[in-house]
Design a protein around this ligand. Structure first.
Ligand code: SAJ
Length: 413
């Protein structure tokens, strides 16, 4: 069986490689020639545990190839970005571009799955887009047309555990028709050992958005507690630890804000679909988005009484622990604002998972990437932004006489 996976990013490439290593012939499609070339060499363009070895294996077996042109295939999996615009509505242009590539290849009978996290009814939008280009096709075969099957199957894998969770997570499969759902279920059963739950396309879209909103709301609760605790003068980490001893309480961990491409984005799709009704979801987003500014203001307060040559250490840039993914990272936002607002003051950044500063920081003359030891040694103020395991090794003596702002409760001074 031939499967085309459109978009070879954080979700598309793992999915393409796991389908290929399970015996299907997979063609990966991406607009970026460098990504296509890398995959054809059996290489990956980002770090995800066990992905490189899967891709290398799939390519050397001849089961995975990459190209920039959408081929004919029996099944298509669309895994392209769905960012939001300034007004928080979803930008479906990548889905439309993928649909434009698929439409001319269709002969009838194909399955087209949207995997991208999408606002409600995006799968229907994609279907209408394709059928608009191909009046000879339909979802039900009415009026002498050939049938195309559309489904939404959201991915829910956790970055850093993608290759494990692709196999073990339960999977939601939402068909525009029961037949489409059944076909999609059969395709995912090739590698998914979890339960495959069948529903309609719009419920499947909402399930994914609701899962991430649930997490966002709960992280917002923890972030709000950290701000309240600071005001009252108590330790939020101790507070949460104690409260979590209650058998029905399980509070998450505060941090410098919420990053990544999903949790900080998906809730807005619900808010955009039902603005009046989504009060809690919207407020949670606002609470989490306000947290970086709160951390920045803490640093300003700390800097106020210090000599002009006192340096700042920022520990961590990625959006969460033990990964190299800097997308939508609150740590980057904090670093860039501080670099700008503190002008001449030196900022020593330690991020063991990258080799150079990202573009958003490289332009600031006062920022430098340094080893953890170096950054700590030079700095008077230490701001911990990411709970990387390696930062837990910091010894109390390295923090002696330093001003600490620990946004993740990691440093034991
Ligand atoms: N965070 C906190 N406190 C916590 C937990 C997380 O501040 O207690 C922060 C993290 O530091 C990070 C952000 O939240 O900045 C998101 O991290 P995460 O580990 O909660 O989630 P992601 O973005 O890596 O992956 C999520 C997952 N969704 C859920 O757990 C409901 C994953 O299963 C989804 O597949 C993924 O979003 C996605 O692609 O949608």
């Amino acid at each position: 069986e031939n499967v085309a996976v459109i978009g070879l990013g954080y979700i598309g490439l793992p999915t393409a490689s796991i389908l290929a290593t399970n015996g299907l012939n997979v063609i990966g499609v991406d607009v970026d020639q460098r990504t296509v070339d890398a995959v054809n060499r059996g290489e990956v363009t980002f770090v995800e545990p066990d992905l490189a070895v899967q891709v290398a294996g799939a390519v050397s077996q001849g089961r995975l190839k990459a190209t920039t042109d959408t081929p004919a295939a029996q099944a298509y999996i669309v895994a392209v970005p769905t960012p939001f615009r300034d007004d928080h509505s979803a930008d479906l242009s990548y889905i439309e571009a993928a649909a434009s590539g698929i439409a001319p290849q269709l002969q009838g009978g194909e399955l087209i799955i949207l995997e991208s996290t999408s606002p409600p009814r995006a799968t229907r939008h994609m279907a209408e887009y394709i059928l608009g280009l191909r009046p000879d096709l339909s979802i039900d075969g009415a009026g002498d047309t050939s049938v195309i099957h559309f489904a939404h199957c959201p991915e829910r894998v956790l970055p850093g555990r993608v290759m494990i969770e692709l196999v073990t997570n339960d999977r939601i499969v939402g068909g525009m028709t029961p037949e489409a759902a059944a076909m999609a279920k059969e395709l995912y059963a090739v590698f998914c050992q979890g339960e495959i739950l069948v529903t309609d396309d719009v419920t499947a879209e909402m399930a994914k958005l609701v899962e991430n909103s649930y997490r966002d709301v709960n992280i917002a609760f923890a972030n709000e507690l950290s701000v309240i605790s600071d005001k009252i003068g108590i330790n939020v980490w101790e507070l949460i630890k104690l409260a979590n001893h209650h058998p029905r309480v399980n509070i998450l961990q505060p941090g410098p804000g919420v990053g990544g491409h999903c949790i900080a984005v998906d809730p807005w799709f619900i808010v955009a679909a039902a603005p009046e009704e989504s009060r809690l979801i919207r407020t949670a987003r606002e609470v989490n988005d306000a947290k970086p500014r709160w951390v920045i203001d803490k640093v300003h307060d700390a800097v106020a009484g210090l000599p002009a040559d006192a340096e700042i250490a920022l520990l961590g840039l990625s959006f969460k622990a033990n990964i190299d993914d800097l997308r939508e990272s609150p740590a980057i936002e904090i670093a860039a604002r501080l670099a700008d607002e503190l002008g001449g003051r030196r900022i020593n950044i330690s991020e063991p998972h990258v080799e150079s500063l990202p573009d958003s920081l490289a332009g600031f003359g006062n920022c430098k990437l340094r080893s953890l030891e170096d950054a700590l040694y030079r700095s008077t103020i230490v701001v911990l932004l990411v709970d990387h395991d390696s930062f837990r090794e910091v010894r109390p003596i390295q923090l002696e006489a330093k001003f600490l702002i620990d946004t993740r409760g990691v440093l034991k001074a």
